[in-house]
Design a protein around this ligand. Sequence first.
Ligand SMILES: [Zn+2]
Length: 492
Amino acid sequence: MTLSVPRVLAFVLFSSLGATAALAASYDGQTNRYTLTISDDAKIASVEANLWLTGDYLSLFAVQQLPTLKNGQADLIENMQITAANGKSLKWKNEGEGEFKTAGDQRVTVSYQVKLEHDNYHWDAGIEEVAYHTDEGFMTIGQTLLLASGEKMEGPIEIDVKLPAGWQAHTPWQRLGDSNRFAVPNRRELLNNALFFGTAQAETLHAGGIDLTLVLGKRFQKAKPLFTELLSKQLQSYQQLFGADPQSKRYLVIVNEGLDDGGAYSNSFSQLISEDATDANRVIWGYIMAHELLHFWNGLSLTPVDSREEWFKEGVTDYLTTMTLARNGVDSQEQLFRRLENIPRRYLFARLGQQQQLPVRAAGEEKQKHRQLVYGGGAITALALDIELRKASNDKVTLADLMRSLFTEFGQPGKRYELADVKRHIKTLTGTDLTAFFNKAVESEGMFDFAPYYLEFGLDFDNFYYDEVYVRLDANATEQQKARFNSSFGKP
Ligand SMILES: [Zn+2]
């Protein structure tokens, strides 16, 4: 459940007195064209890309280094050739970790093949964030197969996908005509998206201001009504919560069988579910799906400056997912209480079990290692913040109001927020400075005392160490506290 962001390459330009450095040639105004061919046995992907290379690097982004694949996904590339526009072959050097150096600032054609053997390796973030085969085809993230101009990519992009007979291409890109040719607005949407090629059935639904295509592996076909019900209800809730559509209007969701996990991309997400999807086990797969969907607003439209606000991206998403699943009746009240126990259990486990004493904001830098602190610490802060906002406004302002306010300013292309912006919006909405609250919740190394916030929701919280955690309705809750609970989670 991570968001993949291409690494930023730093470049330094040198010039010296007396000698005038040759100016780099500038972009030629042509479309960048890719052809991606999947072999009939789906063991090889052949790529030919004609693109303007800004700087000297062709890059494979978001490689995950493994003990057995030193350069991660890039080690599955072979037979690479680069030629200049005049047909001359260009020298290149593999500098490792997906960086290939050649003579840039010109139009080049690069061709190579990728061995589709990603299923054979263990990837930390999960195979659903890399590439895998099913009986019905092949899922890949764009960046697993496609090299791009490393520094930046200028101009429009088109990609032609050639597939084995009978296969269809499911992508979140705009299809050009009836063919498998697609227009892609930028490098991010080319690389940072999940794609499915094959015979699996797909269905498009319209909800929450977007068109969503659902590709379901055959094991999950019979549960299609469960998926569409969940997706429709949650999308509508998120649209109301944020008061706006997400930035992108077209999404692709791919569900197949595998270890339960999911990854959210620019206009798509990739999910694996370990058994038949039922009403009963929706408690896991439905939660992952609802969480990843919410990232289309909080995470992909509303984007933090850096990893220090991972807690806001993941924790607020977890809290709002919990809230809306209960309000929509997807979760029973009993299930809601289990979730309200899991949130602090994660945080207590990080602090007391794993002895992670770093501040919640600092934990975002190594998100997988500090997963409990980022998600649990983030969600407990979101719950407490929901109360702080109510206390500061005679219950007029809630976390949903804050999210709407932030979305208005930051839910725009290129805009990014950080904690100071969150505080500024709170000040505008309530007149209150919550710096002291955030210092305790996300900037200190100590234990954040969150139990009083449960009481303010009319809930009793008890724990023994980190492994026993109980939440129940407080018999002595005031009318105000009960009203707060109802307003966030629906009537008990
Ligand atoms: Zn997430």
